[in-house]
Design a protein around this ligand. Sequence first.
Ligand SMILES: [Zn+2]
Length: 128
Amino acid sequence: MDISDNAVKIKERCKEKVHPNNRWGSFHPRQCHAKIWKHGYCKIHHPDTVRIRQEAKEKRWEEEKENNPILLLQKANKQIEILEAEIKKKDKMIKELEEGIEKHRDITLVYDSGIPEADAELYKLISK
Ligand SMILES: [Zn+2]
């Protein structure tokens, strides 16, 4: 095989640069070995195929995210936090209401015991 043969071969190959799957691959990209399918790209690297693959990947990721146990747990924990804050607020309201009832009861007791005393005083005055 001479140099011109090689040049033709490179021209027939997909123009995408790929990173070989070895330790230094990411530093030494090379031209894809696959044959041209459309617009200078092989079937794998054609922008249309790449876009479709990317969209499918994103869709899969979204679905995985929705069912991911860790994310579901985080969501549940957040909900629990909100509900616990709500319970705390309600507890505080109940405590305030109970204190209010207690105060009212005290006032009522004072009022009730005040009446017979007042009546007794009045009775004393009348019976003189
Ligand atoms: Zn390719």
